[in-house]
Design a binder for this molecule. Sequence first.
Ligand SMILES: [Zn+2]
Length: 83
Amino acid sequence: MPIREYIAVDPTASCKFCKERFEQVEPMDSPPISLCPECGNKVQRQISAPQVGGSQSGFDSRAKSAGFSKLEKLGAGEYEKKY
Ligand SMILES: [Zn+2]
């Protein structure tokens, strides 16, 4: 089941739970929630930023053609120049 992220629409009218951002595990076919399950205030769905190092087809070739080098994270403090 996918994890969806939500955040309070109005941070001043929110509880601790939805003020920052919270994750909901929901069935794929269920509609996104619009109210915080804790306080009932309005929440909006957050689209999480793509993970660094994740599969982003197209990004690598675009970065390459733009002349950027890509540094691959190997471990703690280690980077390998990919191209
Ligand atoms: Zn809340």
